[in-house]
Every structure is written in structure tokens, then in C-alpha cells.
Write a protein that binds this ligand. Structure first.
Ligand code: NAD
Length: 439
């Protein structure tokens, strides 16, 4: 029986906690949520009035004066468990990089492909209205970011609505990240490099481990998902001498064993409505299932959770899995892959470039510039160089923890993250106890 997705994440937390011998009160705090907000909201989808389920989750923050942060999905089939699991994973990413946020996640249960542009804008507005009424959004409270089915335009609409509701107040641009740079010639607080950030971080994560991997000179790659994350990792790999042989999205996949021309594929998919790689000239069709078991060096799941499971892990032929999506590999699959000697570069580290650069964007929007990693100028090279440094530093620490504790990279990343978080949580508790004792 497959385990519940949230339970899978808690098991990873608990394993790391046991290794670090963390106190029970810390584990209890770390495996609980600050807020689970769910409501039904009014919407129009494809011209039809509907009530849609919407959710926002806050995990725990190690620094209470900082806000929560996490992606916001427009997608059908959202479950509370999956959003809770991603909020808890988001905290791990923040702990890893020493970002001061608590993890969050949320979304609306809707298929964005069925909505007109005006309907999507209205969805973004209503969602912000509902969160705002409940005091659950704000640049110092909770900062959503783009995720499955959402993009920079939707982030702009959310910011636009919030700044209308809070007009006259400072720092309103910091209410969401992943915004465009400008709209109609007016700067709206976006940061150069945020669009590329998650893909770029993934590429650097692979590069950190490359020296220890047995890869051919021009390694072949298969990628599931060709949205924000899949597109940019494909592009960075293509530009750096990798051969991307297969790419799939929710409508199907394309294959060219000599290597797909990624810039042309991006151009091709970009004009399709809905966006898809299917039908790309010079390619043959490959199903999502075939792609997961395709013979290549590196497999990049960059779409949805739980796609590598006990059912298909044995059939994976790649020697490296670079996790772009959140939670793509189940623990049962992890065990099978470990036995086969497949190296898994885990999501909580590999795709953390998005939140790292979102932190820069938010810091600049809200004048929180004390952290020297935040670039002083809105310049793509400064942004990506700072991100590269963060990814390399944490990647090397994960390698060190993996050797020290003789564990997988995933468990090493959890141990490192909880090691950092528990330090801060203890200081907070001790401060509270001191105040209680001495007034
Ligand atoms: P997106 O909506 O831009 O793209 C998603 C892609 O996945 C699309 O190509 C879609 O067609 C495809 N897809 C959806 N369902 C599929 C299925 N069942 N099989 C195959 N392909 C499918 O989303 P994104 O922002 O690229 O996010 C992708 C993943 O990366 C998600 O798991 C997200 O949580 C994670 N992530 C995103 C970011 C970010 O900055 N956007 C950061 C960290 C993690």
C-alpha cells in the first residue's frame, strides 16, 4: 500500500531527527502546522459559474518575525495532504539555505487551460480577496510564488489586487514573488533571473555532484514537464553540452535520440494553445510511461509529485535522477533506486533556486537588504551568480553530511536542514524560558 504523501515527508523528518537525537518537543514542533486554511470560492470557468476549493497551508517557521513563503498552484486534483507535504518541504529548503521564512503552499482546484485570460485574472483577484479577509496574505505574513499552473502574469494580478486592497501602504510589491519586471512599461517589482532561477539552481546542483558521477562526455537526458522548471533546466543542459533526448508534458512526449534542439522546442511549444511539445518537427512520440524508463544518463522529473514509485522504479534506466518537481519519488522507490545504485539529487535541495531568488526579490521589494546574498542591483548576472554560490555551498555541505552519516543525499539534506533549524528553535525556546523565569 503506498503511504500517504505527507506521512512520507514526516518519515524523512523523523529519520533525520533520530540521527540528530533531537528532543521530542522539537520534533513535535517541526512536524506540525501553523495554519490550514481551506475555503470554497466563487469563480467562472469556461463561462460557467462554479465554486472552487482553495487552500493555503503554513508549516512552522524558525524565525517568528518573518513571513511564510511558498508556491501557489492552479491545478485540479489538489489534496490537503500533498499541499501540507510541500509546505513542510518548503521549510526544509529555507532551513538549508538559511532563509528566514516558514514553508507554505496553496492553490485553487482548477484547470487553468479551461479558463479564459479574464477568468484567470478574476481567480487571482478572488483568491487574494479571500486570503486578505482572513488576514492570511501580506509582504510580512505570507508571500505566494508561481508553481504548477501559475506564472508571472498571475503573480502580477495577485500583487495588483493586494495593492488595491492596501493602497497607500508601503512594500505592497513584496506580497508575491515571481512577478514580471514591468507591465506596460511600469516596473512592478520583478527580479531579473527569477524566471530562470529554479532551472538554473537545478543545473548547478547537478554540476556540484557531477565530479562524483560516472557520466559519459555528452550525457543524455530525459525530462518530464516543460513548464517553467522543465524549460530552463532543458535550456541550461542544452547550452552546456548535454543531449536532451526526450521531453514530455501532460499531453505526451517527444523523442530524438540525437538530441532535441531545445531553443527551437521552446519556440515551438510557446505558440501552441495549450502549450505543448507534441508534434515537434524531427521528433517521434514517446509516452510519459516510456520516458520514465527510457535509457539515458539523467532523468529529470519536473512536473508533478509521485511519478517514480514502487511500480516503475525498477524499470528506471537512468543512473542519475535530478528532481525538479516537488516530491516526485516515493520512499519505496527511493529504496529500489538506492539498491540499483541510482543517485537521486533531491528536490528539497535541487529545486531550491526558486525560493532563494524569490528571497532576493522580496528583500529588494521590502527594503530587507541586510543579507549580503541579495544583489544590490536588479541584474541577471548578479542574481544568478549569487544563486550559484548558494547552491554550491549547500551542495557541498550535503555531500559532507552524506559522507559523515553514511546516508543518501536526500537524508543528508534533511539532516543538514534540521541541524540548522533546531539550533534556532532551541535559542527561541531558551529565550522564552528565560523570560518566564526572570520576567
Ligand atoms: P508549470 O505549470 O510551469 O509546468 C508544469 C509542466 O508539467 C507542464 O509542461 C505540464 O504540461 C507538465 N505536466 C503536468 N502534469 C503532467 C503529467 N501528469 N505528466 C507529464 N507532464 C505533466 O509548473 P512549474 O512551475 O514548472 O513546476 C513544475 C514542478 O516544479 C512542480 O512540482 C513545482 O512544485 C516544482 N517547483 C517549481 C518551482 C518554480 O519556481 N516554478 C520551484 C520549485 C519547485
Amino acid at each position: 500500500m503506498p503511504r500517504d504523501i505527507l506521512e512520507n515527508v514526516w518519515n524523512r523528518y523523523r529519520k533525520a531527527g533520530e540521527i540528530l537525537k533531537l528532543e521530542d518537543y522539537l520534533m513535535e514542533e517541526l512536524t506540525s502546522f501553523k495554519m490550514r486554511l481551506s475555503f470554497d470560492m466563487k469563480a467562472v470557468v469556461g463561462g460557467q459559474p462554479k465554486r472552487l476549493k482553495a487552500v493555503r497551508i503554513w508549516h512552522r517557521a524558525q524565525m517568528t518575525r518573518y513571513p511564510f513563503k511558498g508556491g501557489n498552484r492552479f491545478r485540479t486534483g489538489l489534496t490537503l495532504g500533498s499541499l501540507e507535504s510541500h509546505a513542510a518541504e518548503m521549510s526544509i529548503k529555507c532551513f538549508l539555505h538559511g532563509l528566514p521564512y516558514g514553508g507554505a503552499k496553496g492553490g485553487i482546484n482548477v484547470n487553468p487551460n479551461q479558463c479564459s485570460s479574464e477568468e484567470l485574472r478574476q481567480l487571482a483577484f478572488t483568491f487574494v480577496d479571500e486570503l486578505h479577509q482572513r488576514n492570511a496574505i501580506g509582504p510580512f505574513l505570507d508571500i505566494p510564488a508561481p508553481d504548477l499552473g501559475t506564472n508571472s502574469t498571475i503573480m502580477y494580478w495577485m500583487m495588483d489586487r493586494y495593492s488595491f486592497l492596501e493602497r497607500g501602504k508601503p512594500y505592497v510589491e513584496g506580497v508575491v514573488t515571481g512577478k514580471p519586471i514591468e507591465v506596460g512599461g511600469v516596473p512592478v517589482g520583478g527580479l531579473h533571473g527569477r524566471r530562470e532561477a529554479t532551472g538554473r539552481g537545478l543545473y548547478v546542483a547537478l554540476d556540484v555532484f557531477r565530479r562524483d558521477l560516472k557520466l559519459s562526455e555528452k550525457p543524455s537526458v530525459a525530462i518530464q514537464g516543460f513548464g517553467n522548471v522543465g524549460t530552463y533546466i532543458a535550456l541550461y543542459l542544452f547550452q552546456n553540452g548535454y543531449k536532451v533526448v526526450a521531453v514530455a508534458d501532460e499531453f505526451g512526449g517527444v523523442l530524438n535520440e540525437f538530441g532535441l534542439n531545445i531553443p527551437k522546442l521552446i519556440e515551438y511549444a510557446g505558440v501552441k494553445k495549450p502549450r505543448t511539445v507534441l508534434g515537434f518537427p524531427g521528433s517521434t512520440v514517446i509516452s510519459a510511461k516510456e520516458l520514465m524508463g527510457f535509457k539515458c544518463d539523467i532523468l529529470v522529473p519536473a512536473a508533478v509529485e509521485e511519478v517514480i514509485t514502487a511500480e516503475n522504479a525498477a524499470a528506471v534506466k537512468a543512473t542519475v535522477i535530478l528532481e525538479g518537481a516537488n516530491g516526485p519519488t516515493t520512499p519505496e522507490a527511493d529504496d529500489i533506486l538506492e539498491d540499483k545504485g541510482v543517485v537521486v539529487i533531491p528536490d528539497i535541495y535541487a529545486n531550491s533556486g526558486g525560493v532563494a531568488v524569490s528571497f532576493f526579490e522580496w528583500g529588494r521589494n521590502t527594503d530587507n537588504m541586510a543579507d549580503s546574498r541579495i544583489p544590490r542591483e536588479n541584474d541577471i548576472n548578479l542574481v544568478l551568480n549569487s544563486l550559484d554560490g548558494m547552491m554550491r555551498r549547500v551542495g557541498n555541505e550535503i555531500v559532507e553530511y552524506s559522507k559523515r552519516y553514511k546516508v543518501s543525499l536526500r537524508l543528508a539534506a534533511y539532516i543538514l536542514a534540521l541541524d540548522r533549524a533546531s539550533g534556532l528553535l532551541r535559542v527561541r525556546r531558551n529565550a522564552e524560558e528565560t523570560v518566564k523565569a526572570f520576567g
